[in-house]
Write a protein that binds this ligand. Structure first.
Ligand SMILES: CC(C)(COP(=O)(O)OP(=O)(O)OC[C@H]1O[C@@H](n2cnc3c(N)ncnc32)[C@H](O)[C@@H]1OP(=O)(O)O)[C@@H](O)C(=O)NCCC(=O)NCCS
Length: 136
């Protein structure tokens, strides 16, 4: 039976493998550091979806005090289109609601626009906003 829970440090390798399989790992981002940091920081966590034996999906959720954010949502290709992505987002939304986040933002790469339909199904809307970034 599928179960969603917050990740433990020991889940690191399995979660990173899911992210790799989902094409979510891009240099120079380090998924191992990202996983560890999301777990160590009190304002963020990683949710994992298990099918009884293995982790088949994961997402990072964080609340920066103003907005909730999702990163690295991925479901193993063979476990997609079964409601698993929705289940992970629902669990992460509940966590952010409890934290007091009034709104959730997430970023979709322009090269991954096919995923926009998934988020729209879950009530998310494309925002008239440009995302800017700077590496530290
Ligand atoms: C995005 C992703 C997590 C979706 O997970 P999933 O388990 O396949 O999605 P679900 O089965 O929970 O789909 C939920 C709903 O969205 C719909 N949906 C899923 N993908 C869709 C798409 N690309 N366009 C339109 N609707 C879509 C489903 O039909 C379903 O609708 P329903 O509830 O009415 O039946 C998965 O495709 C994935 O891991 N992709 C690769 C990694 C990625 O791109 N992540 C996002 C980074 S921003």
């Amino acid at each position: 039976m599928n179960r969603i829970r917050e990740a433990l440090p020991a889940d690191q390798a399995e979660v990173v493998a899911v992210w790799r399989e989902c094409g979510l790992v891009r240099p120079p981002n380090d998924p191992i550091k990202g996983f560890d940091s999301a777990l160590q920081n009190q304002s963020s966590t990683v949710f994992v979806l298990e099918d009884g034996e293995r982790i088949i999906g994961a997402v990072i959720a964080g609340f920066d005090g103003y907005r909730g954010w999702f990163y690295h949502l991925g479901v193993k290709p063979e476990d997609q289109s079964l409601g698993n992505g929705r289940a992970l987002i629902t669990a992460a939304e509940e966590w952010l609601k409890i934290k007091g986040a009034p709104k959730i933002n997430l970023m979709v790469l322009n090269t991954n626009s096919k995923v926009i339909g998934f988020y729209e199904k879950l009530g998310y809307q494309v925002q008239e906003t440009s995302v800017m970034g700077k590496r530290l």
